[in-house]
Write a protein that binds this ligand. Sequence first.
Ligand SMILES: Nc1ncnc2c1ncn2[C@@H]1O[C@H](COP(=O)(O)OP(=O)(O)OP(=O)(O)O)[C@@H](O)[C@H]1O
Ligand SMILES: [Mg+2]
Length: 497
Amino acid sequence: MQFETRLWSFTQGVRGRIAISVLIGMIAAALGVIRLALLGWLIGLIFLGQSVDELVMPIIFAALVMLIRGIFEHWRTMTAHETSAIVQKQLRRRLFDKIVSLGPGYTGRQRSGELVLTLVDGIEQLETYFGEYLPQLFISALTPLMIFAFVAFLDFPVALILLVAAFVALAAPSAWHKFDTKRSLERQQAYAAFASDFLDGIQGLATLKSFGQSGSRTELLKKRSFELFRSTMWVLATNSLSRGITDTSIAVGAAAGLGYGAYRTMAGEMELTTLLIILMMGVEIFRPLRDLRTVLHQGMVGLSAAQGVYKILDAQPVVLEEHSGNSTTRLEPSIDFDSVSFSYPEHSHIVHKCLNFNISKGERVGIVGSSGCGKSSIVKLLLRFHDPGQGSISIGGKDLRNITLDQLRREISVVHQDTFLFHGTIEENIRMGNPEASETEITDAARNANIHEFVTTLPDRYKTIIGEKGIKLSGGQRQRIAIARAVLKRYANFNFR
Ligand SMILES: Nc1ncnc2c1ncn2[C@@H]1O[C@H](COP(=O)(O)OP(=O)(O)OP(=O)(O)O)[C@@H](O)[C@H]1O
Ligand SMILES: [Mg+2]
């Protein structure tokens, strides 16, 4: 029995659905008990030498109960899938919002493969946990009680033996929980390392090929996949141990209950029909536990994936937004760096020490310097992807810390060194500068960036798709589209034309 209170907290809003799943499962289990009680009774009647005519009704009853049970099982499965789909959707949204709020200062320090793994694969792996494992856990805890109540009517001591065995089977594996969690964490780390290096390999395929390094990359991936295999086997091994405990408890419990029942029948303290009914129900009392066992592995894999989710949710933003509100007043376009000192988080290298400069409205300033001297870092500080360790930066005389991140970033246009264009049309990429821009504004921005002429030569013009299935652009063309995007943003804010 592994129950994580933190994962449970993600089920807010769907707990009613989980309760319904449990209820449906309990009804299905009750129908299973009735079915087996009917079968036990039927066999008892056969032993007592009843005629075929008298057996027709019990047979019809048993068949009907089996059919209804099938319908409930189907309903349970459908509810399970819907429930997990809702939790997964909410979780994806929460993670995405968190990553956006953490900003590039955080994502820049993470490996893309690991982030993608958590956001896509990790959430997928939680499906079984929320949809099947959790409801099954409750069902496994409640069903033995229900069956105990039923069997206790027939024979109290046997009911007690079965109940104790069911709870031992349910609770004993939790003794291994710490061990399980450690193994899950190791597997998650191994998976993240594999995914990150794999993504690196795909993205850098051209480089690997041109430098003849695909072989060494293959070796690295081989090592990573072996680590993943080994940690997965450990997770499986600890699961098998839990399964072993569950199975043993089930087997010993059933044997003890039935052995004692048989003894009591021999001693004339219990009827044969009662023993047969208990024999049949012995199967059902442990069924939820066996069902739980079948989803246990996926539940554990889900728990391991959850470690990646926690890592993102627990991350602290590199910059804190202390200032709230939504000011629409424009800032005076002047920049002041006052005794700014800055190092990247977790790096001792000082990028800027006591940097002072100011740029007034209307001034055009170029900053030049050797590679790595900190030019791009100035832009990152200006956009507040990071805060300076000492000193202050202001725009229009206002300290950046007293401006909301939204307002600050609305006022600044950037063409990054490494141009990033999204998969989509040229127009969509330029429009990111100002989603409300008219077509004329977009073409004007493109003219300013000296890309309009080129776009008009394309068959689909501004509707041309960039990316895998679309047009391949040269580095310069990509750069100019990025300039058009920046121009459009500035055009809208400052009316600079
Ligand atoms: N995300 C980061 N984390 C840690 N250190 C960084 C990070 N980005 C840059 N640096 C370091 O900060 C210093 C300044 O980098 P920056 O990118 O600002 O240089 P630059 O002047 O723009 O160089 P270039 O002309 O090559 O673009 C360099 O020593 C670089 O190694
Ligand atoms: Mg740079």
